[in-house]
Ligand binder design. Structure first.
Ligand SMILES: [Zn+2]
Ligand SMILES: [Zn+2]
Length: 739
């Protein structure tokens, strides 16, 4: 923000309009400011407002409260040349704040998160052919002038490259006046996607769904659609038809993806359909790229934006369609700062913008499934795989029986004989296999066999995970690391530390022992393996440079490997018993997604799930391919327990570095919970991570019937307890996990 001088208010200014200005800070609400003389500003107009001894970018939010006398008000200066925030975005910010119980300024901060986007645009200097002829001509100079003869403006290096001369040659021509400077805008405009660039060929299922979505986009009214298609059914091609229609209607489109890692592949698919890549928005962009994207969205130049959850708060002036792909993904839930669920808020934004929203998934969240089957959303199903591909066959391996016999010399710990047989066949046939284990590193726990000492993080209630290749123990919660010790810190003995349980690295080690000739890589979204390493492994697998990919959930979704015919799930029971109401749903979704990687082209796929609970409902549903049966059963459980979406939940997490103070406030809050009809309060209890990054954490859980105004209940409750500055109380409405 450039500093501005506050003009001294002239007496007549005191009669001028006073407005409420919302600042992007976690304050209670809008503050009253005066506008300069003769100035009027509507809701959403951006202003520079003095706060203490600094200037803050804020937005005019509404009428003034009037509690402070006009003569004591400071002046908010409208930002010259900057467009306003669209009024519907302001409404959306208010709605999200009210629903999540965050101060509206904290939500506004998410909408203004592009430093410098409101500054006047910088200009670039470039050069064009001038009228002067240089006194001395050389072959290089002649070439440069010939290239410049096309009239395009180029930078010194740009022209040097195009003419294949050194920059010194170009600078000589500038000095001689043969090239003259001109100004270019700071950013190139985004090329517009072409709705009819490459029409797709759709199968019958796809065509029916695409028609429904096109009609919705054409209608330009709020409507919600669940695009529910089996893995490999071509959901993207279908919703691209709605995107095309929105573009024809001159509307902007927002496509939300759960992870940046998935955007790379997506951008190319988009370009194949629409001729150009869409505008990207996520945390990996540089400040400059963010600034370019933000401005283009605000000015309506960016027609289609693909982004992570934060793109929900971009200032689209003409939003006409919102799409949430992989809508069941937990990554849509923002867990720090202002807590919100981007999928749910996407539906809200579409309602406020009065435009359609499409939720797409092969394994919808139970919430969306219930909304679709009860008729609140239209339910568009794609039950066939695209092209000739068939759904893979899923078989269970009962680990209680399928073990190597005790006498076998080379005994496997993680890869059972039937899984190894299947791997043998696939490798002999020259096809590809994937081994999946949702656990990073080598071993989740290191234990001293002499004294029983377990290595835990000093800052978190979590075990340190061994990473063998990097020879380190690491905390996956806070990133704490230490070199792999050789001696036990408790009993000082050497050679007594043993790894317990498998991580992907350990499975890879065993795989390599059994299949020494096979080419394999590990793909793990890891703090110790960077995203580049993971992407390289996935690319190598796609190009068939390796035979087997051994990975965590990073390999589970979005990828298309035509030669992959076998998926082995090393431990299908993982994550099924953590006592959280969504554990079954999540296990099913993850394993179903992983299974969906197999057999996506001509060759049929086989999925082997290693389990100790073959009778479990999740395993049975996966083996039978009975997805809807699983959802119906899960719906029954939730309905009986009055759990979401049949009841409402909200969590309070009390945290801080002073453990006593945290537990004290948690107890006081627990006792203060008002009695209300159809509301139950559970706790306080230590959170799943009772210690996280050095902070003690306690939880309270509110369970309420669906008709209860949970926000009003929480507000009334929180007013009753004074919380000291050393303790933080975080509200999580509709929690999706219980960490
Ligand atoms: Zn830690
Ligand atoms: Zn020991």
């Amino acid at each position: 923000m450039r500093p501005r001088l506050n003009p001294v208010p002239a007496p007549e200014l005191l009669q001028k309009p006073v407005v409420g200005v919302l600042l992007p800070l976690p304050l209670a609400g809008a503050y009253d400011y005066k506008l300069p003389a003769g100035c009027h500003a509507a809701r959403g107009a951006l202003v520079s407002a003095p706060l203490g001894n600094r200037e803050v970018l804020g937005a005019v939010w509404g009428a003034a409260e009037g509690a402070v006398g006009d003569n004591r008000l400071k002046i908010a200066e409208p930002l010259e040349g900057a467009p306003s925030l669209p009024p519907k975005l302001c409404d959306f910010i208010d709605w999200v704040a009210e629903y999540t119980l965050n101060p509206p300024g904290a939500i506004l901060a998410m909408a203004l998160r592009s430093r410098g986007a409101f500054e006047p645009e910088a200009r670039r200097i470039a050069y064009v052919r001038g009228t002067a002829t240089p006194p001395r001509m050389s072959a290089g100079r002649a070439r440069a002038l010939e290239v410049a003869g096309d009239g395009l403006a180029r930078s010194v290096t740009g022209l040097a490259e195009d003419a294949n001369v050194s920059p010194a040659v170009v600078r000589g021509l500038i000095q001689a006046g043969a090239l003259v400077p001109t100004e270019l805008p700071e950013f190139l405009p985004y090329p517009a996607p072409d709705a009819s660039f490459a029409a797709p060929s759709l199968n019958e299922d796809q065509a029916v769904a695409a028609r429904a979505l096109r009609d919705a986009a054409e209608l330009r009214k709020f409507s919600a659609h669940l695009l529910d298609g089996v893995t490999g059914s071509g959901k993207t091609e279908v919703y691209f038809e709605a995107v095309a229609e929105a573009l024809r209607q001159d509307k902007q489109v927002l496509i939300l993806l759960p992870e940046i890692a998935l955007t790379v592949q997506f951008l190319d698919r988009f370009a194949a359909r629409f001729g150009v890549r869409p505008t990207e928005w996520h945390s990996d962009l540089s400040q400059k790229e963010r600034r370019r994207a933000y401005r283009a969205v605000m000015r309506g130049e960016a027609r289609v934006v693909v982004g992570a959850r934060s793109s929900l708060f971009l200032p689209f002036p003409e939003l006409g369609l919102v799409i949430v792909d992989e809508e069941h993904e937990q990554a849509f839930k923002q867990q720090d700062g202002a807590i919100y669920h981007a999928r749910d808020m996407a539906v809200v934004r579409a309602r406020i913008e009065d435009c359609p929203v499409i939720l797409a998934s092969a394994t919808p969240s139970l919430e969306s499934f219930v909304n679709a089957t009860s008729g609140r959303y239209t339910h568009l199903r794609l039950s066939m795989r695209h092209g000739v591909a068939e759904m893979p066959q899923v078989k269970l391996i009962d680990l209680r029986h399928e073990r190597d016999a005790p006498g076998v010399e080379h005994k496997a710990q993680w890869l059972s004989p039937p899984l190894r047989d299947a791997l043998d066949k696939v490798l002999a046939a020259g096809e590809q296999a994937m081994l999946f284990l949702n656990r990073r590193g080598y071993a989740p726990l290191t234990l001293c066999e002499a004294c029983g000492h377990k290595f835990t993080c000093p800052h978190c209630s979590a075990w340190l995970v061994e990473h063998k290749y990097k020879r380190r123990l690491a905390c996956h919660q806070c990133g704490f690391e230490l070199p792999m010790p050789s001696t036990c810190p408790q009993c000082s003995q050497t050679g007594t530390l043993i790894p317990c349980g498998p991580g992907v690295e350990r499975v890879a080690e065993e795989f390599a022992a059994f299949f020494p000739a096979a080419r394999y890589s590990i793909a793990s979204s890891d703090i110790l393996h960077g995203p580049a390493e993971t992407q390289a492994a996935i690319r190598a697998f796609a190009k068939r440079e390796i035979d087997v990919l051994i990975g965590t959930q990073i390999v589970a979704k979005g990828h298309h490997f035509p030669q992959l015919t076998l998926v082995g799930v090393v431990d299908a029971d993982l994550g099924g018993s953590d006592g959280d109401l969504r554990a079954r749903e999540r296990t099913f979704q993850l394993l179903h997604q992983v299974s969906g990687r197999a057999g996506r082209a001509e060759k049929p796929g086989l999925v082997l799930l290693q389990t100790r609970n073959p009778q479990d409902a999740v395993m049975q549903a996966l083996a039978r391919g009975d997805r809807d049966g699983f959802y119906e059963q899960e719906r029954g459980f939730r309905e009986a327990a009055q759990s979401p979406p049949f009841g409402r939940l909200a969590a309070l997490v009390i945290s801080g570095y002073d453990g006593e103070a945290v537990r004290g406030i948690a107890r006081v809050l627990g006792k203060a919970a008002p009695a209300a009809r159809d509301v139950k309060v559970w706790g306080p209890t230590p959170a799943f991570y009772a210690l996280l990054r050095g902070q003690t954490r306690e939880r309270l859980l509110v369970q309420a019937a669906r008709g209860v105004d949970v926000q009003a209940y929480l507000k009334a409750w929180l007013k009753l307890v004074k919380v000291p500055a050393s303790v933080r109380v975080t509200v999580d409405v509709d929690p999706v996990s219980f960490f």
